[in-house]
Design a protein around this ligand. Structure first.
Ligand SMILES: [Zn+2]
Length: 242
């Protein structure tokens, strides 16, 4: 799961969504209208805006492993049909994550979502990365798991499917290789390009764990920070940009 930033949408698309919202009076009309809209060419500008939000890799926002091809209503139609045509409610995800989540939408005692919304929240506020296994786990608070991290992992279970974990491990291992070469080299500056390439090819967004979260204290990344602060800052800047 990675943080994404929602762009604005063009005025005609906003107007079109507003018009469609008026036709929605129940779950049934929401589903019918949504299905017709999704099949029509009218939905193309919306899909393009969502693709722009996902970035050049076009990966699923939740699992990051598969190509994003389905539009997920973050707040499901079954939970609140009035959100069927609301721009801030759309996320582009893979079919498997979409199936996983489906109409499941746990909320806390005050009705606030217990699923991480990666367009508004940084997933690392609720999750941690075990760099040895590639597994994502809910943060542990004083006495229990973070409820939002915990519910997200339970509902969108494919973020810890074997292939996804393996993908994260692969990216982590590439980072380590790049760092080991750089830290052992007589010409570390000459190897910065390799590290930056790894950031750009990091489909799983694990670089942000090492640049901004507890991963900063991972021995190799800590060495980079302590010994080569200029290269470290370049690494952090690149992660923030990616
Ligand atoms: Zn997915």
């Amino acid at each position: 799961m990675r943080r994404v930033y929602r762009p604005g949408i063009d005025f005609p698309v906003r107007c079109d969504l507003a018009t469609r919202r008026k036709k929605v009076t129940s779950k049934e009309t929401a589903r019918t209208e949504w299905s017709a809209y999704r099949k029509s060419a009218k939905s193309r500008p919306l899909i393009n805006a969502l693709k722009e939000m996902n970035g050049q890799r076009q990966r699923c926002v939740y699992c990051c492993d598969s190509r994003s091809a389905d539009v997920d209503h973050f707040t499901p139609i079954a939970f609140d049909f009035s959100m069927a045509f609301v721009w801030k409610n759309f996320i582009l995800v893979c079919p498997e994550c979409n199936r996983n989540k489906s109409a499941r939408f746990p909320v806390d005692s005050q009705g606030r979502p217990l699923i991480i919304d990666p367009t508004l929240e940084d997933p690392w506020d609720f999750l941690i990365l075990d760099t040895k296994s590639g597994y994502l786990a809910a943060r542990f608070l004083e006495e229990d798991f973070d409820p939002k991290g915990d519910a997200t992992i339970e509902v969108i279970s494919c973020i810890n499917h074997e292939a996804v974990i393996e993908g994260r491990r692969r990216v982590i291992s590439r980072y380590y290789d790049a760092l080991e070469s750089l830290l052992e080299s007589d010409d570390p500056v000459g190897l910065v390009g390799k590290l930056i390439r790894e950031v750009r090819e990091d489909e799983y967004g694990v670089g942000s764990w090492f640049a901004r979260r507890e991963g900063r204290d991972d021995p190799l990344f800590k060495q980079l920070r302590d010994r080569f602060p200029v290269i470290w800052r370049r690494f952090v800047r690149e992660v923030c940009r990616s």
